[in-house]
Design a protein around this ligand. Structure first.
Ligand code: SAH
Length: 243
């Protein structure tokens, strides 16, 4: 697995987060993909406060306990909300500009480190992976490495709280039939690249996964996935613990 962090010159999301933090406004954070039309992430959304959060992420915050690791923390919205409740959070991200903003905005322990870097070697009671947190797994083929890494970071009795979406709706026709190539790659494996102003990031793999498939791979790797709640549009929150 890649254990690197981003170069600050090629950190589009971080640049957008830094602009928004400084000026209260940012340009378009564009999301490019070989599979979809161009999209964008509203930068203000990355700074959402608790009263602007969705039901699934609120549920995740409510279930968080003990020492918490927020993986891919972005602008730190969940870390800040948990700190407000008196909880202890380590927020990690590979984006140097995002980590700088998190530190400035009061995240007590914001670290520029990749989830897969062994420099991160403490144990956590709760590992949060939110805003399609399964994305960081990248590809189905990475499941064994992902769960091995989780195993090394999770304290006894610890949990992972992860949200994702089932992309099946993209392949459904009007009659409810599904057009996917079962012999091909898993339909939730996508590629993205971000662009902000003239800063272009490297393309990366991002995994959307349906709950059944997640539960299958969890079981294969010594874990149990439990469906905590379902959202309004094929999205859900899962809780993953050791078997
Ligand atoms: N959780 C935040 C932001 C989600 S965007 C929120 O809900 O608002 C996903 C974040 O994951 C990005 O900031 C990206 O830089 C970070 N990321 C991607 N791969 C990572 C990895 N391997 N280790 C740590 N962070 C990662």
């Amino acid at each position: 697995m890649n254990t690197q962090v981003l170069d600050a010159r090629h950190d589009p999301m971080g640049a957008a987060i830094a602009d928004f933090y400084k000026n209260g406004i940012a340009g378009r954070l564009r999301v490019l993909s070989s599979m979809f039309d161009e999209d964008e992430i509203p930068v203000a959304h990355l700074f959402r406060e608790e009263d602007e959060m969705g039901e699934l992420e609120l549920k995740a915050l409510g279930l968080s306990k003990g020492r918490i690791l927020d993986v891919g923390a972005g602008a730190g919205c969940h870390a800040l909300a948990l700190q407000d409740k008196g909880m202890s959070v380590t927020a990690i991200d590979v984006s140097p500009l995002s980590v700088e903003v998190m530190a400035k905005s009061g995240v007590d322990d914001a670290r520029l480190v990749n989830l897969y870097d062994d420099a991160l070697c403490e144990k956590f009671d709760t590992i949060l992976m939110l805003m399609n947190g399964s994305g960081i797994i990248g590809k189905i083929a990475n499941m064994p490495q992902f769960f091995a890494r989780i195993d090394s970071l999770l304290a006894e009795g610890g949990q992972v709280l992860m949200d994702s979406s089932d992309l099946i709706y993209l392949f459904e026709d009007e009659e409810g039939g599904v057009d996917i190539d079962l012999a091909g790659d898993y339909y939730g494996e996508v590629d993205f690249a971000m662009q902000y102003k003239n800063i272009k990031g490297e393309p990366f793999d991002w995994l959307y996964i349906d709950f059944e498939t997640l539960a299958f791979h969890a079981a294969e790797n010594g874990f149990v996935a439990e469906l905590v709640a379902e959202g309004e549009h094929y999205d859900y929150l899962a809780r993953i613990t050791r078997k």
